[in-house]
Design a protein around this ligand. Sequence first.
Ligand SMILES: [Zn+2]
Length: 245
Amino acid sequence: MNTEFPFDWQLRLSKRAKHPRITISSQGLVELVWPHRMSKRHINVMLNEHKLWVVKQLGSIDVQPSIICPPKALHLMAIHQTYDVIYQQNEKDRLHLQEKEQTLVLSGDTQNMQALRHVLNTWVKKKGKLHLLPWLLDVAQDMGVSFAQANIRLQKTRWGSCSNQGHISLNAALLFMPDDLVRHVLIHELTHLKHHNHSAAFWSAVEKFEPDYKKNRILLKEYGKKVPAWLTSALTHDLHKSPKG
Ligand SMILES: [Zn+2]
């Protein structure tokens, strides 16, 4: 995993390839084929140039293993952590979850999909509180603004919201986004503390802290399709419909 890009990719050095190329498998595996004799200095430049294209292609792939419940692993890109999920089936016991280092052990009736979703969603929300709220505070300090209250939800249609009273809500699903896109959402919501709309003044205030916000808006829409389906089944990829709710 290279954290600079909003997708996982692998490098394959090829003796036969004359030019670099990017391939995407039907399972969403991104591979950069690089001519063996070519200098590797330009790998990041190449990936950067084709980042949007890759994300768009990934967005058009229907089924990815990661969106199937029960998940084998939770890839929390925002905080650069992956948790393996182990299932210990015992249909007589109520499902419960234990976190052991980078592993989640789910024991009990692991075939009860509703309970499974509930337990996993609760855990994701807890992680959201632990990581997203301090992050919001940090970015607020950088921007020189302060908010009244903040909480974490698992909203179906919004990445975040900011009320006129300065109450910010963040979607725990952000944990599955690359960190620069999380920052993009945090800046967006914090900017609403002063601008309660999407006016030109709002966007120019955003731009001060995030010069490439336009690119990140597109990436967020595309990348939002990769949020695990068991987490929130109907996430539309807009930040929100109005800044008030
Ligand atoms: Zn907004």
